[in-house]
Design a binder for this molecule. Structure first.
Ligand code: FES
Length: 120
């Protein structure tokens, strides 16, 4: 099971377990299950309201997460959180090139993560 720590300057940090290998559990789903107040709107990767900063608890690794969705790429580009060069590199390296993710789009994997919110 992965340990996911939600951290915000506005709320007490909370660490919860994510279901290992669910392949469908998003950061936002987990947050809602545990009453963690991440802002959200569309829940479809279109509005960018659920922007969070994700880092691996293991400093030597970058977070695996599921790859950026097309919605995430478009919204993160519009928000200036990722460049086209980083997107191109992601397609070659198969690694997520940014710490910025949309909580409604990022599917959790079996890795311990720090999720920072609100991100503005
Ligand atoms: Fe709109 Fe996540 S809630 S992009």
């Amino acid at each position: 099971m992965a340990l996911i720590t939600f951290s915000s300057p506005l709320h007490k940090d909370k660490t919860v377990y994510a279901v290992a290998g669910s392949r469908t559990q998003t950061v936002l789903t987990l947050a809602k299950e545990h009453h963690i107040p991440i802002d959200f709107g569309c829940e479809n990767g279109d509005c960018g309201t659920c922007l969070v900063k994700v880092s691996s608890v293991d400093a030597k690794r970058s977070p695996m997460g599921a790859p950026l969705t097309d919605h995430e790429i478009r919204v993160l580009r519009e928000m200036g959180k990722i460049t086209q060069a980083e997107v191109d590199k992601m397609l070659v390296d198969d690694l997520c090139p940014t710490q910025w993710r949309l909580a409604c789009q990022m599917v959790l994997r079996d890795e311990d993560l720090l999720i920072e919110y609100p991100s503005k």
